[in-house]
Structure formats: C-alpha cells, structure tokens
Design a protein around this ligand. Structure first.
Ligand SMILES: NC(=O)c1ccc[n+]([C@@H]2O[C@H](COP(=O)([O-])OP(=O)(O)OC[C@H]3O[C@@H](n4cnc5c(N)ncnc54)[C@H](OP(=O)(O)O)[C@@H]3O)[C@@H](O)[C@H]2O)c1
Length: 259
C-alpha cells in the first residue's frame, strides 16, 4: 500500500503531475496493490519525493512516518523532555516514532523482541524491554506518552503505564482490544473516570504531512530504517518474514532497477 516511482502516464483529468515526476505515497485510500511494475493511483495519493532521497528510501516512508507523526505529534501532543514508551518499537512505526521523540530530547523506551532489541539500542532507544520476558504495564514505570503498534491489553492495564496527564495512542493491534478501548474511552468520557489520562485510537490520514516533513527527510533529520531492499521474486518469502516479525523497520521490495 505504499510506493515510490516515476509518473509514466496521466489520466485525462490528471493535472497535478507531469510524466517523469518522481513521486511516492500511501495508496491505502486509493486502492491497495503496489507490488507491480505499473500502478494506477489517484493523483491526490501521491507526493513529490523529497530532494536527495532514493526510491528505496522513499518507499519506506509514507505509511509508517504518517502513523508515527500523527501518533506522537498529532494525538500524542508530545512535549520536550517527556518520558515515552513505544510498544512495537522495532517496526516501521516504532523506528520513526523514536526519531520524532528524540528530536524533542525525550527519554524513549522501546518494547519488542529478539535481535531487534540490540538494533533498537543502536538506533537510540534509552531502554528496551523484551515483551516475551516482561510486561511493560507491570514495571511500575510511568510514561507521559505510550505509542502502541500492537495493542493487546485492556485500558485498565495500559493506564498503569501512564503518568498523570499521560497519553496513550494506539495505531493498531488486536481488534477486540481496540473495540474495548473505544468503549473504555466513551465510558471514561461520560463518567470522567479516566481522570487526566487520555487514550486515543488513531485513524490514519494518509500522506497528510509528507510535504511538511520533506525538509527533515531531505536533511536526514528523519531517516527510514530499511529492511532490504529485496528483489521482486523474493516477495513470498518476505511476506512470511514480515508475518513472523523477523523484519526491523520497513521491508522494501525493488520492482525495477533504479535508472
Ligand atoms: N491506525 C490506522 O489507521 C492504521 C492503518 C494501517 C495500519 N495500521 C496498523 O499499524 C501497525 C503497523 O505498525 P508497523 O508498521 O510498525 O508494524 P510492524 O513493522 O510489524 O511493527 C510492529 C512491531 O511490533 C512487534 N510486536 C509484535 N507483537 C508485539 C507485542 N506483543 N508487544 C510488543 N511488540 C510486538 C513486532 O515484532 P515481532 O513481530 O517480532 O514480535 C514488530 O517489530 C499495525 O498494527 C497496523 O495494523 C494502522
């Protein structure tokens, strides 16, 4: 659902782009399916690739960076120097959320597993937790912002990891838990039982901030963590690899050799 490439042809009503333009984008609103040499995409789902980025770098950005940015800056309203925990820190969203939080001089803990933990420390996490060994809601640690890419707990359990005025933002997870969170939020709002802790479920607005973030991408202030790039014929293996969670950051597949 995300791609980077060159405009080859334009539909009769297309006005935004020219043939030859280098573009990228999250196509989840305009129809899925980007594992192809040619993809027909509504022109509004595309943005100009920031100066200096390769197609491989650009392809790793739209979905994960927007989820991370809308979670950390949008709903999370992160303030300088706060304490942040990112559950699923070794994935696409987590690795961008780390960089955004570090730009605001925050202390950032990451939860994930396996070899990713060492890679996450090298990326700049201040502390990593192995979710197969420890439950971050049982550590007695409190965070101003928790960003969750794998919601698997109840609102009550998650609230334990929040400091007063703490914000919890989920970008995804177990559907049952997300629905329960929705009810907990609604019920909390009605009965003010949630006190000062806020729980949010993010609904992605694809490609919304990419142009504003382009200077940070061009200057490498924000950099995608890439797993790959791999060749097109490796796709079946890579989908299994993603499913088994063996990837770190974003898995990128090269469909055509860069000209
Ligand atoms: N909100 C929206 O509008 C929207 C739109 C599209 C996608 N999404 C969601 O966005 C999320 C995508 O995040 P992503 O690209 O960062 O995914 P990702 O690359 O798969 O990263 C998720 C990370 O979480 C780890 N993980 C798995 N189970 C965990 C657990 N129990 N506790 C802690 N970490 C765990 C995974 O590692 P292992 O697998 O090795 O454990 C992986 O490193 C998905 O949940 C997707 O459903 C949301």
């Amino acid at each position: 659902m995300e791609l980077a490439g060159v405009v080859e042809a334009l539909g009769p009503k297309a006005t935004k782009w020219r043939v030859g333009d280098k573009v990228y984008g999250d196509t989840s609103n305009g129809g899925l399916g980007t594992f192809a040499e040619f993809v027909s995409v509504p022109e509004d789902e595309l943005r100009r690739i920031p100066e200096g980025l390769s197609f491989v770098e650009a392809a790793a950005i739209p979905h994960a960076l927007e989820l991370a940015y809308q979670a950390v800056v949008g709903l999370g309203k992160l303030k300088d120097g706060e304490r942040v925990l990112i559950n699923g820190g070794g994935g696409g969203v987590g690795t961008f959320a780390l960089q955004l939080a570090k730009r605001q001089r925050c202390t950032v803990w990451g939860v994930d597993t396996g070899e990713k933990l060492q890679a996450m420390m090298a990326m700049g996490f201040d502390r990593v937790i192995d979710y197969t060994q420890q439950d971050f809601t049982q550590l007695g640690e409190r965070f101003d912002l928790v960003v969750d890419a794998r919601t698997k707990r109840s609102a009550g359990e998650l609230a334990r990891a929040l400091a007063p005025n703490g914000r919890y933002v989920t970008v995804g997870g177990d559907p049952g838990r997300l629905i329960a969170l929705l009810f907990a939020r609604w019920f909390g709002r009605r009965s003010r039982q949630s006190g000062t802790k806020r729980m949010h479920i993010l609904a992605l607005k694809s490609n919304k901030n990419l142009d504003d973030l382009a200077p940070l991408l061009s200057s490498s202030a924000l950099k995608p963590v890439i797993d790959g790039p791999y060749a097109f014929h490796e796709l079946p293996r890579l989908i299994r690899r993603f499913g088994e969670g063996l990837h770190t950051g974003k898995v990128v597949v090269r469909v055509l050799e860069e000209q």
